[in-house]
Design a protein around this ligand. Sequence first.
Ligand SMILES: NC(=O)c1ccc[n+]([C@@H]2O[C@H](COP(=O)([O-])OP(=O)(O)OC[C@H]3O[C@@H](n4cnc5c(N)ncnc54)[C@H](OP(=O)(O)O)[C@@H]3O)[C@@H](O)[C@H]2O)c1
Length: 262
Amino acid sequence: MAKTALVTGATSGFGREFCRLFAHDGHHLVMVSRDRNALEKVQNEIFKNFSVKVHSVAVDLGHPDAAKEVFSAVQAKGLEVDFLVNNAGISEHGLFHENEWEKDLHMMQLNMVSLVHLTKLFLPPMLKKKEGKILNLASIASLMPNPEMAIYAATKAFVLSFTESMANELKDTGVTITALLPGGSDTELFDRAPLGDTRLYKNTSLDDASEVVKDGYEAMMSGTRRKVSGTQNKIQAAMSKVIPDQLLAAGIRYFMEEKSKK
Ligand SMILES: NC(=O)c1ccc[n+]([C@@H]2O[C@H](COP(=O)([O-])OP(=O)(O)OC[C@H]3O[C@@H](n4cnc5c(N)ncnc54)[C@H](OP(=O)(O)O)[C@@H]3O)[C@@H](O)[C@H]2O)c1
């Protein structure tokens, strides 16, 4: 039976791939992002290829009232959300003391607060139905210190911790929650940060976004608590458990620096 999926950050990267997968499986969509034109473009692409209903909400999830706005828009359309994908997020690059506070705050609001607020609003109807699935975008950066991306990594550690605690709270309720931990992947995130000049970007190969999303989608559907996507990232996750944090931080700092640095 067709269900409804709400995907934040639906207009590029992982979010757009999630929309394609849900639509492929016959599920209706509520797409959330800031850019109306970009939403329309993805909406048209989905209409062309799949027979599902697509709604969109243009909102800045970096704003404190945004989650409420999304919830009200969904209620006004008389929709029930069966799958919530908290995907929208931004990254950063640079030393903490050099980065602008307003940008840090916006990132924390988007990556953490709106994600939690959306979960707070959409979870009760799921619990009432004893059915529903939530997927939160964490990162391999959730597992280790990440110099020159300090706040980003902290937001992703928050997402992982929140999701795993919630997975326990939701046991036997019929609702599941999953954290997806991708590594560096080929989306627009790197250009937006910008991370294009880092050794990370120049010296390592980025994962294919559609493969990452396939992993996340399957993990969500099977109710898996935590999914690290990709073999290389699984090795990194295992190493993060045995390598001291200081050493990890030094290694990551090297990759986060600009390639032109000696
Ligand atoms: N790519 C990676 O290497 C990687 C690795 C680990 C985890 N992740 C996580 O994966 C998630 C998706 O990132 P991505 O790589 O797919 O990035 P992306 O290609 O840059 O896509 C980000 C999406 O979020 C939306 N967005 C950005 N700021 C927003 C805001 N303030 N309000 C509402 N929507 C906003 C963007 O649309 P608008 O600009 O139109 O709003 C876009 O649709 C993020 O949470 C990221 O941290 C990415």
